[in-house]
Design a protein around this ligand. Sequence first.
Ligand SMILES: [Zn+2]
Length: 121
Amino acid sequence: MHEMGLALEIIDIATASIPADLAGTRVERINLTVGKLSAVVPESLRFCFQVASRETAVEGAELHIEEVPVVARCKQCRHEWTIDEPVFRCPACDATTIEVVSGRELDIRSIELEDKEEKGQ
Ligand SMILES: [Zn+2]
């Protein structure tokens, strides 16, 4: 199950990115973007995260998963367009050299920590 590996990776990155002076602060939410071609099932990723994050610094955090469209680019004419499934041909020039520019990956956009105290300003 590929979601378990991703969940562990998210836990590692999130844990490492909590500043030292905020250690012990509860992580409320982790915002992720997941490309539609990444084959990640959000429910399954949430489940794995919940299991794997037990007794870590990010236990109990909510995963906010946003699915982002996949952008493809033609290497011949540089035409860029959004796709929902893998493509093999450029609609503009008919070339078959296509690269996926974004949407394949999983990215951690931000990590929200619980507000322990009201800040002055
Ligand atoms: Zn093209």
